[in-house]
Design a protein around this ligand. Structure first.
Ligand code: SF4
Length: 395
């Protein structure tokens, strides 16, 4: 398939890996923000092709994983109500809330449906005027245009029984929060003091699909503020190796620039039509990220003109009492403080069949990637991880 098989060529991958080895003179820590890239890195063994000193840190770029538990519980409460058709993409159905998940709500008689587009949910609303149809709009900037289109179309069609449960998060404020967190340090700083627990990221791979919508004009101020290279990167093995190669070359040269290694898809300005629709429907707001906390101006909510389509307003679910699994370390995984296999519950109490956290469920979750592609720790690594974990506990 054009633009796919060419980017999975093993010989070229080996050559690119050799180039990375040749230019690397010291250790570097690079974060891929996007969970789709994490899966590709682990699936294709990209991290194992790199020089030993280059560590890939897995970032919080799995929207399902960072949707707050309170919002999951609200979704479950809405979906359980009579007269509601609750629509979602399939990957939300097994994400654990405090007491259950959407599958269990469906099993108990709730009308929960998997759709392939939010516009399918709008059609359902048109065909079922006696029901309230809700779409769970979860995602980064990538999926936001389709969700914005759904409320735009619902308004145009005069549908009063369609609403959106919005959980949209934004990449640039997340990078700012990661780099501003205690324990991080910037390229050129002295080594972090002993006991610091931040991921100490020194460069980023930017998510190509997010940039296909938003462009990359938002990132030069971040490169300047934190003196970090940021490279727009795709998802195939050669895309990822090229992105890593470009980050390492910049780090070795002491440069901190924004580069585009995904030119076949991404333009500097992004998709102006999509951005125009987003600006019409959404406005920036503070958002809570599961396992991370509130990041200022890191999400979107519906503007006043579309607030009538906001499921949180329409259903007014209150008195949500959330309880996270005490065993789950997904917050540390999402911050890049530990690797999934370092979580004591990984592969034991927590598996894809019995997940304790969203990162084990989602198709973009780092725990699921490590489990599905067999990244279990050896006995020696586990012993080492025990001491690493005690150092990484920072409350
Ligand atoms: S392995 Fe399971 S319990 Fe551990 S952090 Fe991941 S989702 Fe949570």
């Amino acid at each position: 398939m054009k633009y796919l098989t060419e980017f999975r060529n093993g010989e070229i991958a080996q050559r690119m890996a050799r180039e990375i080895h040749a230019v690397t003179t010291r250790p570097w820590k690079i974060m891929e923000v996007c969970g789709g890239q994490t899966h590709s890195i682990i699936k294709n063994g990209i991290d194992q092709m790199l020089p030993p000193g280059i560590e890939m840190i897995h970032g919080p770029g799995c929207p399902v994983c960072v949707t707050p538990l309170e919002l999951i519980d609200k979704a479950l409460a809405i979906a359980a109500q009579p007269g509601v058709i609750f629509c979602s993409f399939g990957d939300m159905l097994r994400v654990p809330g405090t007491d259950s998940d959407l599958f269990q709500v469906k099993g108990a008689g709730g009308d929960v449906r998997v759709v392939y587009s939010p516009l399918d949910a709008v059609d359902l609303a048109a065909k079922n005027p006696d029901k309230q149809v809700v779409f769970f709009g979860v995602g980064f900037e990538t999926t936001a245009p389709a969700n914005a289109m759904s409320v735009h179309v619902a308004k145009r069609r005069g549908l009063t029984n369609f609403s959106l449960l919005v959980s949209h998060v934004l990449v640039p404020p997340a990078i700012d929060a990661i780099m501003s967190a205690p324990g991080n340090h910037h390229p050129g700083d002295e080594d972090p003091s002993p006991g610091t627990t931040g991921p100490q990221v020194q460069g980023f791979l930017l998510a190509g699909h997010v940039c296909s919508v938003m462009g990359y004009w938002e990132y030069p101020p971040l490169a300047e503020k934190f003196r970090i290279p940021l490279v727009v990167t795709g998802f195939e093995p050669l895309d990822l190796l090229d992105g890593i190669r470009r980050v390492v070359i910049q780090l070795e040269a002491g440069r901190h620039e924004v580069e585009n290694a995904y030119e076949r898809i991404v333009k500097f300005e992004g998709n102006p039509a999509a951005q125009k629709l987003l600006a019409e429907v959404f406005e920036v707001t503070d958002r809570a990220w599961r396992g991370i906390g509130v990041i200022p101006k890191s999400g979107w909510r519906l503007k006043d003109a579309y607030r009538a389509f906001d499921a949180e307003n329409r259903f007014q679910i209150r008195a949500i009492h959330t309880v996270e699994s005490p065993l789950c370390r997904s917050g540390d995984v999402l911050r890049g403080a530990i690797k999934p296999a370092q979580c004591p519950a990984f592969g034991k109490e927590c598996t894809p069949r019995h997940p304790l956290g969203a990162t084990m469920v989602s198709s973009e979750g780092a725990c699921a990637a490590y489990y599905n592609y067999g990244r279990f720790l050896s006995a020696e690594e586990l012993a080492g991880a025990g001491s690493a974990l005690s150092g990484a506990t920072h409350g």
